[in-house]
Structures are given as C-alpha cells and as structure tokens.
Write a protein that binds this ligand. Structure first.
Ligand code: ADP
Ligand code: GLC
Length: 472
C-alpha cells in the first residue's frame, strides 16, 4: 500500500519531541513489511537539509485566501532514511530555523497543508492512505472531503494520529478564508466551541483516529482539553496503538553517541563506564545512584515540580543521591533549576538546552529516569530508558501506565507513583535509593527490562490492519 505521512516533524530532519521520533521510524518499519510509506514535511532550515542531496520533484502554486504562493517539493535523493522523504519549500513561510513558535504559525501550517494536498492532487494516481499527525496536519481530512478544488481526493482514506491533544491549533473564524473554498454547509466540521479547531476537525473528518497508547485513549474521554465529548461521540473510529522505538537508533550495543557499548548481559559494567564519564563531565559524585530527567520543561511534564522535589529529596537523603537534568522550556523553570546548581555541589547538575547526543549518553549512564508527567500520551523516554537498562520512575498515566510495571508487582522492574507532587517524587526517590543498594536486584531488573520488546515491529502491524480496513 502507498501511505503518505504528513507531519511537522521527522527525525533526523527536524525534531522537537517524540512526534519526530515516531514519524522518523514508523514509515521505515512499514516499508520493511513491503509497503510504500513516504513522509512529507515542511522544509525548515535544518542541518539535515544542508548535509544531504535533493532533487526537485514538483513545482506548484497554492492559494491561501487572497495570498498566492509558489511551492517546491524536493525529494531526498538516496532514500537514506528507509523511506521517500519530501520537503515542501514555501519561500518566506516555512524556510525558518525553528519548527514552531512564530506569530504566523497558523498561516505557515495552513499553507503547508494546502501545498501537500495540491501536490498530491497533481499525481496521476491516488495514494491508498493519507496519514496525518497532530493538529498541524489535521485540516487535511476536511480539505480533501469538503473543498471544491480538491474534491478528486475525497475518496482517499485519511487517518489522524493524536500524539498530543493539549495543542489543537485553534484559529478564529476570520481564518476560514485561508482555506481552499469549501462547501459552507460543512463549516460545522471545522468548528469546536465556536472557533476553528483543526484537531477537532481532524477527529470529525478523518476515517480513522488513533492515539499513541490505549490508556491515553481512555483518558481522553474525560480529559482532552475541551474535546472530551467529541472523543466520546467518535469513539467508534478511535483506536489506541502504543508507539514503538526505533532500535536501529536506540540500542546501547551500537549507539554511536555512546562511548561504552553494552547489552543485557554486560549491562552493569557498561553502565558503570558510561556513568563514570557522565559524572566527571557534570562534576557529580560517582558512587551515588544517578536520577535523571530528560524532556521539555513544561507543565505537561510536571517540570515545575522538579525544583522543589529535587530540593526535598536532596535534603531528605542527605547527599545519598544525585540528580542530572537535561531540558529546556518555560523560562521560570529553567531559572529555578539553574539556581539550584550552586547549592548541592557533587549531587546536582542541569543542562538547559536541547542536545540529542547528550540525551543518549544520559540514558546510557543513568540509573533511574524520572517522568512525573501530568499528561503523557505515550512517552518514548521511558522506553529508551528501559532499552538502556535505566529504571523508569513514572507517574501512572497514559502510555507510562501501559509500559511500566512497578517493582512491587509481579515481575515488575520500575517505580510508579500517582501524583505529580513533591511528596510522591521524593518518596519514589527513596525507593530508588533503597533498591540501588541491592546490587542483585538492580542487575536483575536492568537485564529484564532491556529484553522487553518495545520495537516498532511489535506495533506496526496494527497500523497496517487499520489501513487495510479502509480499503474499498
Ligand atoms: P514529548 O514528545 O512529549 O516531548 P516523548 O517522551 O514522546 O515526549 O519524546 C521526547 C523525545 O525528545 C525523546 O526522544 C527525548 O529524548 C527527546 N528530548 C526531549 N528533550 C530533550 C532535550 N532537551 N535534549 C535532547 N533530547 C530531548
Ligand atoms: C507527544 C506526546 C508523547 C508521545 C509523542 C510521540 O509529543 O507528548 O507522550 O510519546 O507525542 O507519539
């Protein structure tokens, strides 16, 4: 089958979080099964763009209200990523350094979606499925269904994957004029709570909707940033499919970012060597258990609780534990985490910023990975941690609930807690310190979780089943 993934992110081209990882891996694993999956995304000014070779695939013209724009579709020449990769170049709109965060993001992603549909409309044939990811691409199911200009594509099945329902791409009704002219009787298919809501529109118009874990799908019916009733109403076409991890990229036995490679039978020695380097680099004492956090410093990840939780744990345990944090996000959280630095020399450090290579070294060198997320649709960090023999400490929510079993339960290997609170985190850290002292149990847990199969091979067939169910 020919499946076109439309996304704002795709690793290693451009990534802000897990969406990039998923879109960089799922098509590759679909192709390994013999399908023809491709990715189309905006052409940002990223390093990948300049370091690879491209050919022009198509040049076209799109209309966004009264604004006409030229667009060019370029294709990566050598199929390096295991799938055909197409970038949409729209001069002045998409060719910027960052993925998101501009005042005209609405126009940028609307133009992107129009260009993608216009391009596919020029193909001689039609693809089997258009697979859209998150709100930046969620207007496509509406556009192909209800706009006059692209009506030829109305019978192309569409799938929308919700990676994160917190962000919905809301825009005022004045922006309706930006969309290709559509049947105004269908305007309700764009709306939720009196505004244009792209994510809601995608949920209404896509043939199938998937979420990235089973528990998140359940949770969305009661907690979906305003979309609860819609998701309840549309539950018949919604399916939860747990993300996988790309074991070509995330494997401690081969990871090029990691200096000391190891597998489940050499995990203790391998982690010790990586930890030693990490501790030297961040001036941390080497014999303590090392608890780390990697992620966006935002409310969803409960990053605001981290400064107090770290303080409480460090005072409570009197220097018997170390923390290392890698992240960026809300400025006041960055500031607070930086402030803590001088207070606990040898026990605490933080790197504010985004650093892919460092993240791999931290997964490899850490003992425990903390994820107190308030919302976690799937979460990839905990799965990377497990693959690297790092014990996950997670709040029981969304995909974290579906992938981590508490060490107090039968054959469990992780630490789970219920609240994104200082008390729950500090208590979990004491549990971590206790189990760390039991070398035998640590080794058993590490080696057990490293052998759990979270690879895409496991999940990809479920997407294929969905695509096939849409064939007519
Ligand atoms: P989300 O997509 O909500 O941010 P996920 O757990 O799905 O959460 O994925 C986060 C991804 O982003 C992981 O690959 C993680 O390693 C990476 N990541 C997050 N913050 C950073 C950072 N500051 N530096 C490097 N990698 C990061
Ligand atoms: C989102 C979610 C995260 C998920 C990722 C990939 O960013 O916040 O939980 O793992 O998408 O699906």
């Amino acid at each position: 089958m020919e499946i076109v993934h439309v996304s704002a992110e795709c690793y290693p081209v451009a990534k802000a979080g897990g969406l990039g990882d998923v879109v960089g891996a799922l098509p590759k694993y679909l192709n390994k099964l013999g399908h023809n999956a491709k990715v189309v995304m905006p052409m940002y000014r990223t390093r990948f763009l300049y370091q690879n070779e491209w050919e022009v695939d198509f040049k076209g013209r799109g209309q966004m209200g009264s604004y006409w724009f030229d667009y060019t579709i370029i294709k990566e020449k050598h199929n390096k990523l295991g799938f055909s990769l197409y970038l949409v170049d729209i001069n002045g709109l998409l060719d910027r350094e960052k993925i998101y965060g501009y005042g005209d993001d609405t126009e940028r992603f609307t133009a992107f979606q129009i260009a993608v549909v216009d391009w596919i409309n020029h193909w001689q044939h039609k693809p089997d499925v258009l697979h859209c990811h998150d709100h930046h691409t969620a207007l496509i199911p509406f556009i192909v269904k209800h706009s006059y200009q692209y009506n030829r594509l109305a019978d192309v099945p569409t799938v929308l994957t919700i990676h994160n329902a917190q962000y919905q791409g809301w825009m005022g009704w004045d922006k309706a004029a930006l969309l290709p002219v559509f049947d105004t009787w269908k305007a309700g298919q764009l709306e939720w709570n009196k505004t244009i809501n792209p994510l809601a529109s995608g949920i209404k118009c896509a043939w199938k909707v998937t979420t990235v874990s089973w528990s998140y799908l359940e949770e969305l019916r009661t907690y979906a940033n305003g979309l609860e009733k819609l998701l309840e109403y549309e539950k018949g076409k919604c399916v939860g499919i747990l993300n996988g991890i790309d074991t070509d990229v995330w494997n401690p036995a081969t990871d090029p970012f990691v200096n000391h490679h190891y597998n489940y039978s050499t995990v203790d020695a391998g982690k010790a060597a990586n930890k030693l380097e990490l501790c030297k680099e961040f001036e941390l004492e080497q014999t303590n258990p090392l608890v780390v956090f990697i992620g966006r410093l935002v409310g969803e990840k409960a990053a605001d609780v981290l400064p107090d939780a770290v303080l409480s744990a460090l005072y409570g345990l009197q220097g018997k534990v170390n923390f290392l944090i890698l992240g960026n996000g809300e400025p006041h959280v960055e500031w607070q985490l930086n402030q803590l630095k001088g207070n606990f020399p040898g026990n605490y450090n933080v790197f504010i910023g985004y650093d892919e290579a460092l993240s791999h070294r931290i997964y490899a060198g850490a003992d425990f990975l903390l994820m107190p997320s308030r919302v976690e649709p799937c979460g990839l960090n905990q799965m990377y941690a497990m693959k690297y023999g790092t014990v996950p400490m997670v709040r029981s929510t969304g995909g974290l609930k579906d992938t981590v079993v508490d060490m107090g339960d039968w054959q469990g290997w992780g630490i789970r807690f219920n609240h994104a609170s200082v008390g729950d985190i500090a208590y979990s850290v004491t549990r971590a310190v206790d189990v760390y002292a039991d070398k035998k149990q640590m080794t058993a847990m590490r080696s057990h979780m490293m052998q759990i199969d979270h690879s895409w091979e496991h999940s990809v067939q479920q997407y294929v089943d969905i695509y096939q169910s849409l064939k007519y």
